[in-house]
Structures are given as C-alpha cells and as structure tokens.
Ligand binder design. Structure first.
Ligand SMILES: Cc1ncc(COP(=O)(O)O)c(C=O)c1O
Length: 340
C-alpha cells in the first residue's frame, strides 16, 4: 500500500515542510556529477563559499500538480530551467543542462510522491531548485565549485484567501537597479525586498509593489509576482521593463488572454499616475497563481480597481483557464505540460 503523508491538505500555507528526499549534484573541475537523492536536508559547505558572502547563488520555483486521474504533472518546467541558466550565466556560474534540471525535479517528485496533494484540495507540491557557489574563498570572484539541489514541499496559497483580492502599497524602496539583477532570480533581489515587505505587512498590506528605479513613475512588479491590469477597453496589459523578473505565469497569461479570451495584449509602460485606465488588476506568479489586486496605496490614497471583496470577471476567467490547464482539467498549449 502507498504511504500517505499525514497532512491537512486544505489548510496548508506557504511554509517549509521537510519532505523525505532532495536531489544534490556537485560541479567540480568543469563538470557536474550524476547527483544523488538524499534524506539529509542540511548542506555542509566551506565558510568561504561565495554564496554566503557575495550572493553567488540563484534559484527557481515551480509546482507539481495532481490531476483528477491521479497523475502528477509539471507546468512549463523547461522555462524554469532556461531562466535558471540565464541567472547562472549572469553570475558566472556553470549552466545546468535543461534535461538534468527536469530530471532532478522529476526524481524529487517521485521520491516524495506521497507529499503531492490530492486533486481538488487546491494545494500543490512546490519545487525549489537552487544553485550555489561554494568552496574555500575570500576574494570577490566566482567560486571554484558549485552545488545544484532541488527540494520540495506541499503548499497552499501564497497570499491568504486564494482568489480573494488583496491590497498592495507602493514601496519606498527599489528591489533592483535599472541595469542590475532584477531580471534574474538571485537572492540579492529578495534580500533587498525584506524590509519593504515587512513595512507593507505591518501597515496591513499583503506586500508592496515596486516602481521603476530610474524614474519612480512606472509599476515594475510585486515582491514575488508580476503585475497585470485589464483596461477599461478589455486589453490585458503588463509592464515591460528590463529590471523585472520575466514571470513564466505572466507569459502564460499573455498567451491565454490573447488566444482563449480574444483580448488584445500589451507589454508596455504602466504609469502609477494612470491606474484609472484599469478596470481590474492582479498579481501573477507560480506561488501567487493569480491574486486579484483590490487596491494599491500610493501617496496615502488607496486606488481601488474592481473591488476589494471579489475578483473581476476577466481576472476570474484567466484564473479558471490557467488553473484548469495546470491541474489537467483542460488541455493546454503544446509543450506546456510535462508528465512526471
Ligand atoms: C520577483 C518575482 N517576480 C515574478 C515572479 C513570478 O514568476 P513565475 O511566474 O515564473 O513564478 C516571481 C516568482 O517566481 C518573483 O519572485
């Protein structure tokens, strides 16, 4: 009989749960080893590791979904692999072959299969691949050795309440510089977001939204999700900027909006002084899925989009289609789904 994890699937938050196995592979002398699955959730690394001092590390986040028939599937994992390699290249770290990345994710999911939440609970298995520069070092230069690891845990909604709208405030800080590391998934960006996030939560907001660092006039993104708006003319609009993380969910929604809902779609500037062009707004990402934005506080005024109580109709339609593709209720575009 299959082992069942003793978890209250319907009440999961987004927090660490130790699962049974994780994958660890090491890079040394110019090549990756085979990698192993291990029960040990700790890493022993040199105190001089560049990941510890100079932030030479990057990571990814994706989910495995249990379908109605009990199968497990991944959503666009190849895009996570490619993004991880863009992050790695930017920080002078070795690339991970896309096949190795996908294989590591699948191995971890299979080894922890009993932690994949049942269909219908809304919960998923969150997968966290990461790459760190390690080894004896003290100067600011790239590491001589690297560790690539993948671990996972069951999660519920990132923002409490699922499809219930949340409010955000405009941050008084920048998370990235115009020509910095905003478009790659590296820890430094998130370190910079800790204080603004704390301030936002203390003021009663779910998180903050960052403006473009050069002019402070355009919306960039939420702390851990991209922004989109639906204009009063039914266009799907999302910011275009070199310093935001290219969200895989966002690009999926651009496709869904255009091809399933027949909306015109635009990646373009979104001016904070022109929020009234939008009838609805939302935050999108792997963890956030689609979280409707009730309102945004800017200069002490809360600008409400559709409602602070319920999602707008187009936001809801986008959510339903994305969710149905991810959980296998409807077929997605070719190449989006990877069976485990
Ligand atoms: C800063 C930031 N923006 C956007 C996203 C959403 O990206 P994705 O849809 O690829 O998960 C994330 C989460 O990965 C993020 O951390």
């Amino acid at each position: 009989m299959k082992k069942e994890a003793n978890i209250d699937w319907g009440n999961l938050g987004f927090s660490y749960i130790k699962t049974d196995y994780r994958y660890v592979s090491k890079w040394k002398d110019g090549k990756w080893d085979e990698g192993i699955l291990t029960k040990d959730n700790t890493l022993t690394i040199s105190e001089g590791s560049p990941a510890l001092h100079y932030g030479q590390q990057c990571f990814e986040g994706l989910k495995a979904y249990r379908t109605k028939s009990g199968k497990i599937q991944l959503f666009r994992v190849d895009e996570n692999a490619k993004r991880m390699n863009r992050s790695a290249a930017n920080l002078l770290m070795p690339e991970i072959p896309v096949e190795k990345f996908i294989d590591a994710c699948k191995k971890v999911i299979k080894a922890n299969e009993h932690f994949v939440p049942p269909y219908g609970t809304g919960a998923t298995l969150y997968i966290r691949p990461f790459l760190i520069g390690v080894g004896d070092n003290i100067g600011v230069h790239p590491a001589s050795e690297y560790i690539f690891s993948v671990f996972c845990m069951p999660v519920g909604p990132y923002f409490k309440g699922g499809l219930k709208p949340v409010n955000f405030m405009i941050a008084d800080f920048d998370r990235a510089a115009p020509r910095g590391t905003g478009s790659i998934k590296v820890g430094g960006n998130y370190a910079a977001s800790l204080t603004p996030h704390k301030i936002a939560v203390e003021k009663g907001f779910a998180d903050c939204i960052y403006l473009d660092p050069a002019t402070q006039s355009k919306i960039e993104e939420v702390g851990a999700a991209n922004f989109f708006g639906i204009t009063k003319n039914n266009e799907f609009v999302t910011p275009f900027s070199p310093s935001i993380l290219p969200s895989i969910t966002k690009y999926s929604l651009l496709h869904i909006a255009e091809n399933y809902l027949d909306l015109k779609v635009f990646e373009r500037d979104v001016f904070i002084d022109n929020l009234s062009e939008f009838a609805e707004a939302g935050a999108c990402g792997t963890a956030a899925v689609i979280t409707p934005i009730g309102g945004i506080e800017y200069k002490n005024k809360l600008h409400v989009f559709y409602s602070t109580e319920e999602p707008g109709p187009i936001t809801k339609k986008l959510y339903d289609i994305l969710y149905s593709i991810q959980f296998g209720d409807i077929e997605g575009p070719e190449g989006w789904i990877f069976e485990v």
